[in-house]
Design a protein around this ligand. Structure first.
Ligand code: AMP
Ligand code: MG
Length: 393
């Protein structure tokens, strides 16, 4: 299959129509999940004219006069007295403003005269009343479907009494490592072995993307064994991620095994650096990615292709934060025929510095990086000071 551009690969992936269903959970269990319904307010907010300070509720036209104190209104109590001429009530922050009053003067701005009387000792600045319905009207939309739920959204759900919330189900994602050289991280590798770092990296990336990962272990470079793991994973998941085994080596069986399992390929080579052998296909039961075995390639291709798809599978528009910042130094590359993704650090002066990076197996480069910048096909140099777009990672 021919190599395609990153833009075409991205478009192909994002055209996948698979969407997860929805489920209904308590609002307290919705953090980082994707909202799958519109939420409206069940009441005006504030629900009554509310004092925003501790002070005295009175009439603006009486501010030059001695004012008689009628009662004290704590938050949570309803006023019992109408405020007439030259009258006031002591009121606490959050308490309802009594009828007849049109402002609340702050305690600090008043003087206690004889018992039961006060005088305003400042100049009028503002009413200090939050008017009924000024923030939100009953029936008004407060949270839109498709947003990733943050703590402040949970506060809004609480305020409007929306305690049972419909969210998108997490996509179930299988992770399979491929390679006879791999051992699990708690073992000491033999002479020709290395530890499997991609599986746990991917599981964490899946979790961060809001999906639910399941690890299926290491498939040796053996067709039958790889096929049996893939055939188990496909029906149990919405997406299957394999790492390794997609290059051109004699033992890179993943593409042929996927084909035997009934996967229809859309691309098997992308003009990106790193991550050229990234493979994408569909099975009737799930979406399949073959990611390169190199840990940096696997990480970056997950962020650039898999994560956006997971997002739209959950009904969340993919709008990554891209921050424009100047390069802190010149960056140059030798070949320009692929889109390059470059891990970068953000310096204290908010300039962008590529992290030192010896190739796609240089796993310790990524923890140094704050983000990724992309360098399009044909572009050879980023000049010092040139503004680049940083995607935080
Ligand atoms: P492959 O894509 O199978 O040709 O692997 C490319 C390189 O990535 C090889 O050096 C592999 O040893 C390495 N590699 C493959 N899978 C993993 C993994 N799960 N964890 C760490 N390195 C890996
Ligand atoms: Mg391999």
């Amino acid at each position: 299959m021919e190599m395609i551009s990153f833009e075409k690969a991205f478009e192909t992936v994002m055209n996948t129509s698979f969407r997860t269903g929805t489920e209904t959970v308590s609002y307290t269990d919705t953090l980082n999940r994707i909202l799958a319904e519109e939420i409206a307010s069940d009441m005006d907010m504030p629900p009554f004219n509310k004092s925003s300070v501790d002070g005295f509720a009175c009439r603006k036209s009486d501010l030059g006069n001695d004012l008689e104190i009628l009662e004290t209104i704590p938050a949570g109590n309803w006023p019992s007295k109408f405020i007439g001429k030259n009258q006031c009530s002591r009121i606490m922050t959050g308490a309802p403003v009594p009828d007849g009053a049109d402002c609340v003067i702050m305690v600090e701005d008043t003087e206690l005269l004889s018992e039961g009387f006060i005088k305003f000792r400042s100049s009028f600045i503002k009413e200090n009343i939050a008017k009924k319905g000024e923030d939100i009207r009953k029936g008004e939309l407060v949270l839109r479907a498709g947003k990733r739920i943050r703590p402040q959204d949970i506060a809004v759900m609480a305020s409007v009494g929306h305690t049972s919330v419909t969210i998108s189900k997490r996509p179930r994602v299988a992770v399979i490592s491929s390679g006879s050289e791999l051992v699990e991280p708690d073992l000491i590798p033999g002479m020709s072995q290395i530890r499997n770092s991609n599986a746990s990296q991917l599981m964490a990336q899946i979790e961060r993307a809001g999906a639910s990962g399941k690890y299926y272990g290491i498939a040796a470079d053996d067709e039958a064994q790889t096929l049996s793991i893939i055939e188990k994973a496909i029906p149990e998941n919405d997406m299957v991620l394999l790492t390794g085994g997609v290059s051109m080596g004699d033992f890179d069986f993943v593409p042929s095994v996927l084909e035997q399992a009934g996967v229809r390929f859309f691309f098997t080579r992308v003009a990106v650096q790193p991550g050229k052998p990234t493979t994408f296909g569909l099975h009737s039961r799930s979406v399949i990615f073959g990611l390169p075995g190199n840990p940096v390639s696997s990480f970056i291709q997950f962020e650039m292709l898999v994560r956006p798809l997971l997002s739209i599978m959950m009904g969340c528009e993919w709008k990554p934060l891209n921050i424009n910042m100047p390069m802190g130094e010149k960056f140059m590359r030798s070949s320009v025929d692929r889109m390059a993704f470059i891990p970068v650090k953000i310096a204290d002066d908010a300039s962008v510095l590529p992290v030192e990076y010896h190739g796609s197996a240089h796993i310790s480069a990524l923890p140094e990086a704050d983000g990724i910048i992309s360098m399009p096909v044909g572009k050879k140099i980023f000049e010092k000071g040139e503004v680049v777009s940083v995607r935080p990672i």
